[in-house]
Design a protein around this ligand. Sequence first.
Ligand code: BG6
Ligand code: MG
Length: 230
Amino acid sequence: MTDLFLAKEDIRKACIFDLDGVIVDTAKYHFVAWRNLANSLGFDFTERENEKLKGVSRIDSLNLILEWGGMNFSEKVKANLAFSKNEDYLSYIKEMDESEILPNVVGILEGIYKNPNYKIGLGSASKNAKLILDQVGLTKYFDFIVDGSMVTHGKPHPEGFLLAASEMKVLPENCIVFEDAPKGVEAALAARMFTVGIGREDDLGHAHLVMADFSETAFAEIEDFFLGLV
Ligand code: BG6
Ligand code: MG
């Protein structure tokens, strides 16, 4: 009952971050590792095609790449290919440190962390999400981390974002999602969350708000949009 008398600003809320492309730029390492794999199979693909892999799970990415190369393998061979791509990818990830955190991500995280009304979650399709957050020293900010091993359905399905919200005991409509992938934006919208696209308006125009990056933004400005004050 008391909830009825809470001001909008006092309702328990959360920010849920995608990882790859929002917190760190790992797409370049995924690209190198997938390309090495494609080259070893005798074909190549472009950076433009690589854009289509953003937000897409490891096995779905492999299936797309094999389709581009006109190849198909048994599930067992595909599992081996995905494993060796990941081994290659991990050799880059293990070299990462805080210098690879994207501009002002720490400033935004600090702004939210200091606000007692907000929890902070991660909603990533990557099975390497926890390792990457540890590598760059950001794990401490997160109340709950959803990675690719915890969901059955990949983005654009809302499962990952909904799981993060329910684990933090926050209603979906009280969550703000930060996403760089068109499919991730679709997933956040399907979860009925306020969705901030990080990237180009052309790709992410379906989000509630689009920003090129976090470099010139304070969390309070984003919150004003979320609360309908702008
Ligand atoms: C997403 C990336 O965050 O994670 C995709 O945008 C990637 O490109 C997916 O394929 C799965 O990542 P991982 O680390 O589990 O292979
Ligand atoms: Mg992403």
